[in-house]
Design a protein. Structure first.
Length: 348
């Protein structure tokens, strides 16, 4: 009898270890964070669990926005705009930055101030956060440790800085800046002392996607005038070593066009949105703009960190597109009222 019990314990232990390994080492497991109405949800494709990570986080009206995963996929940044007083009838435009730990399921506040702090992004090692803040009455760029210590003002001028992100090597930052009524992409060292306008032309640039090797960025361009509106000038690729600019897609001189582009980790593909003057669609194309494929209607798109799939939010839920096989799968059939998704292939 004792031998039978020992054998049963041994078998159960093996099954438990096997399940744990499958849970956390499966290449099929993808963690997706997205906005739905006022909350941020996390969907796990392995066990198909759906978790609301912002429900009951504060005891008053709020609106949360997902921002970014850490490179190792263990932590997620989001912002939360909430009313300070219960009798306020509208949101306060006070956004604090929060960090959610995917493993423990716990959230903690990084910033706690009376002004908007938005668009946070992790550094490559996951220890620092760069973000956009209205602390000084304008939109500036700050750097802070993920425990909320050692806050530093990095970019402070009369312009409007937004969408900050780290370079591939973590030594520089990129951001958009509106100055003299025109938007350009700027690059700067992380101490803020070496600002460089890398798209100094007469066009209006969109938020850049940075290649994993750090050699180039991809961004959309429009020509904007007060009288006649926005005219699409296509997508461009800028070599950060030579500063050579290559036209990837042709512009159509209209209000429609590509934007919010993303680059796959293997540098072979671009995923982006396309606005046709009436609706948004998700497109996949080669890095040079060729072989464009319309995946369907969609609000936001991301590559998985292994580069095998495109995840996009459509009107019927979350889709997973297999690049190698050219197949599309609806992985979460749910009406989603939101505009942002972030994707992390589980590698921990």
């Amino acid at each position: 009898m004792r031998q039978i019990i020992i054998e049963h314990i041994f078998i159960i232990t093996l099954i438990f270890i096997s399940n744990c390994n499958h849970k956390y080492e499966s290449t099929d497991q993808i963690i997706i964070a997205f906005n739905n109405s006022k909350d941020v949800f996390i969907y796990d494709t392995f066990d198909q669990s759906l978790i609301n990570i912002t429900e009951n986080l504060v005891d008053t009206l709020y609106w949360a926005e997902v921002s970014a995963f850490s490179d190792n996929g263990e932590e997620l940044l989001f912002t939360l705009d909430y009313m300070k007083l219960e009798n306020e009838w509208m949101l306060s435009n006070r956004d604090d930055i929060y960090l959610y730990n995917v493993i423990s399921g716990e959230s903690r506040r990084i910033t706690n101030n009376e002004y908007r702090e938005i668009n946070p992004k992790f550094s490559n090692d996951g220890e620092k956060i760069i973000y956009q803040s209205f602390e000084n009455g304008n939109s500036d760029i700050f750097l802070i440790n993920k425990d909320g210590s050692n806050k530093k003002l990095i970019v402070d001028n009369t312009g409007y800085e937004w969408y900050p992100t780290f370079s591939a090597d973590g030594q520089n930052i990129f951001y958009l800046s509106i100055r003299a009524g025109k938007t350009d992409i700027y690059m700067n060292t992380i101490d803020g002392k070496n600002e460089d306008n890398i798209t100094n032309d007469q066009m209006e640039e969109g938020a850049p996607a940075i290649s994993k090797d750090g050699n180039f960025i991809v961004y959309n361009v429009i020509e904007s005038t007060i009288n006649v509106g926005d005219f699409d000038k296509g997508m461009r690729k800028l070599d950060l070593n030579t500063r050579l600019v290559t036209q990837i897609t042709a512009g159509n001189n209209g209000v429609s066009g590509f934007d919010m582009c993303k680059i796959s980790v293997d540098l072979k593909y671009i995923a982006c949105r396309y606005f046709d003057a009436s609706w948004l669609y998700i497109y996949l194309m080669d890095i040079d703009g060729n072989n464009q494929i319309e995946l369907g209607k969609g609000i936001d798109v991301e590559f998985t960190q292994d580069g095998k799939f495109v995840i996009y939010q459509s009107n019927d839920g979350l889709h997973k597109y297999n690049i190698a096989e050219g197949t599309d799968e609806l992985i979460l059939n749910q009406d989603i009222s939101g505009f942002n998704i972030e994707v992390s292939t589980n590698q921990y």
